[in-house]
Design a protein around this ligand. Sequence first.
Ligand SMILES: Nc1ncnc2c1ncn2[C@@H]1O[C@H](COP(=O)(O)OP(=O)(O)OP(=O)(O)O)[C@@H](O)[C@H]1O
Length: 259
Amino acid sequence: MSAVALKLTGVTRVHGKGAGEVHALRGVDLEVRRGEMVAVMGPSGSGKSTLLHLAGGLDTATSGRVEVAGRDVGSAGARERAALRRKHIGYVFQDFNLVPALTARENVMVPLELDGMPARRAREHARVALAEVGMEDMGARFPDDMSGGQAQRVAIARALVGTRGLLLADEPTGALDSVTGEAVLRVLRARVEAGAAGVLVTHDARHAAWADRTVFLRDGLLVDGTTAAPSAESLLAGAAATGGHAADDPDDGVAGAGR
Ligand SMILES: Nc1ncnc2c1ncn2[C@@H]1O[C@H](COP(=O)(O)OP(=O)(O)OP(=O)(O)O)[C@@H](O)[C@H]1O
């Protein structure tokens, strides 16, 4: 299997038409390898969710190329894209997107069953994934009977279940208290250590500190933080120096790294 789990080359995404055109991404290049976790930071509206949707095969680029596990997502048909999503991509959405009529365990089993895994094996994978996020006793609960944080942990278990090579997370700890949130980031990190690739969209420099490197988006342009490799400490220092709002200004994180 390719060491590069995700590759974006010259990717642009224009939403809308004519006077209402929005250039959400402008010529973005990004490569994420297996065993690597990349954090994406940037102000609201800078294109972070658009980038994640493209990486997850939920949207297609206006121009440029998006490859997942060596496969060009843009040229794949709808059926192939759906299979790619189920087999290779784990996606933690900002809203939890759980199916209300299914229990926590059944929600986590869905992607595996869609992929043809027998129910007994899917149930065992779901048990492990729920245990990883501290929800082992909640398998029979329905989403409406859970707190926001519990529902989000189930969504994270569903994204992590099985052996997906590319994990995409949009602010996965938004509804979680900080202790649980850190536990979830730890699970994500463990999956990356085990060979998955991770992309984490976050506004929080403390969460970005869990990644191997941070890239910054501003007005659809991507600035790679690799050259200066801002460390967790320098990102946090940048956040502290700006009153905890490093995520609002990409330059703050860079300044915090001493550039
Ligand atoms: N479906 C759409 N139609 C029109 N414009 C869109 C659409 N989706 C996103 N946009 C615009 O594209 C730009 C980038 O949006 P995107 O949601 O990717 O930013 P973001 O960095 O994820 O923001 P946030 O941090 O607020 O979630 C914004 O100007 C947004 O208004």
